[in-house]
Design a protein around this ligand. Structure first.
Ligand code: NDP
Length: 348
């Protein structure tokens, strides 16, 4: 990839699908990055085997425990910051406690912050932040004094719920994973990204210098960033999702009644919020020399892409190759835009 020279990067959800494809493609570059931090929520699990094999052959891959514990449904990490009153979280604790799942909450996180609006939620912003901060600290240690060039927020989930069956728990989990986690990742890794930008020559923006790439989806829509100069109100903007998208027919479904009569179930997409977050990040981080984009990978042959029972048209290799080509060509002109894997602008 001629125009993409990244010394260090982090990809979340790096153990399978598009995330794993990104790691593989970075490794194959003529000049591979010195550090590839591979975020993975369950590094010892079955689904991380391929990533573990890759890391055992390539010392520049560092696996970073990052994300929601699949056993407990909480954000959990063996590297979580512990204090005497709050013992270390992690799989050791889950395995030792064993009964966490049965009693419905974790001994560590269950008693604080896990309740949103009176209903047990699957995570809390507090635990999410600690987990991500621990990851940023770990990456910082590896990098010594230098910064990190590229953060790719790729981890994502899709729930097949319909508008009728959507629940607070599912909506919270999807929103936390797809939107809040990229926000917190941007915040936690900002010092390392800033450092990378400061250490790079030239005044323009580029992905080789410092960038946040949010892997989004065409299922999002944002019309404008009206009023940014007056009020940033990022969380409010992100919470405002103008519409839901019906994946099978691409029909836009309004949030308020009257709803159109419709043949398909209506999976709820939180990606519009992620698109708005990408726009907010681009506006706020431009002054630090950090480029920010939302990138649609195409409809790709992964577990998620195939979850509706159809074979998607795009292979992981083609999608990743396309996205890396797009990333290599980005400059300040494109910061804050929403592009697809072929470089086409997607309307907000
Ligand atoms: P996959 O389902 O194949 O992989 C998802 C990845 O995200 C896995 O590594 C998974 O880890 C990780 N992940 C899921 N939830 C969490 C969590 N709570 N914490 C940490 N990691 C988590 O999906 P894709 O590779 O297809 O998708 C990658 C991105 O591309 C997503 O953001 C998705 O929205 C986007 N996208 C994909 C499209 C497609 O057609 N495939 C289309 C448009 C957008 P684990 O293995 O532990 O579950």
């Amino acid at each position: 990839m001629a125009g993409l020279h990244v010394r260090s990067l982090l990809v979340t959800g790096a153990n399978r699908g598009i995330g794993l494809g990104l790691v593989q493609h970075f490794l194959r570059m003529p000049k591979p990055p010195q550090w590839i931090f591979a975020g993975c929520r369950d590094p010892k699990g079955q689904r991380a085997q391929e990533l573990q094999n890759l890391a055992s052959k390539h010392p520049n891959i560092i696996i970073i425990p990052l994300g929601r514990c699949p056993e407990l449904g909480i954000l959990c990490s063996t590297s979580s910051l512990g204090t005497p009153r709050e013992p270390r979280a992690g799989r050791e604790l889950c395995q030792r406690a064993g009964a966490c799942r049965a009693i419905g909450h974790c001994h560590l996180w269950g008693n604080r912050g896990d309740s949103i609006m009176g209903t047990q939620a699957l995570t809390s912003p507090v635990s999410a932040l600690q987990n991500i901060k621990a990851a940023a600290a770990k990456v910082g240690e590896h990098l010594g004094g230098s910064g990190m060039n590229l953060l790719i927020n790729n981890a994502g989930i899709l729930k097949g719920s319909t508008l009728d069956t959507e629940t607070l728990e599912d909506m919270s989990e999807v929103y936390t994973t797809n939107t809040i986690a990229p926000l917190l990742m941007g915040q936690a890794f900002l010092p390392l990204l800033k450092k990378a930008a400061q250490g790079s020559p030239g005044s323009g923006l580029s992905c080789s210098k410092a960038a946040i790439v949010n892997i989004s989806s065409i299922g999002g829509s944002i019309t404008s960033s009206f009023g940014w100069d007056i009020m940033q109100v990022t969380s409010y903007r992100c919470s405002k999702v103008p519409s839901h998208l019906c994946f099978p027919c691409k029909g836009v479904v309004p949030l308020q009644p009257p709803f159109p009569s419709h043949h398909h179930p209506l999976p709820v997409s939180p990606q519009a919020a992620l698109n708005m977050l990408s726009k907010c990040q681009s506006l706020a981080y431009k002054e630090h020399g950090i480029l920010c984009v939302a990138l649609h990978p195409g409809w790709v042959q992964t577990d998620m892409g195939s979850s509706a029972g159809h074979t998607p048209p795009v292979t992981v290799d083609d999608s990743v190759q396309g996205m890396l080509k797009v990333l290599s060509s980005l400059s300040e002109k494109e910061t804050g835009t929403f592009l697809d894997w072929e470089g086409k602008v997607i309307p907000w």
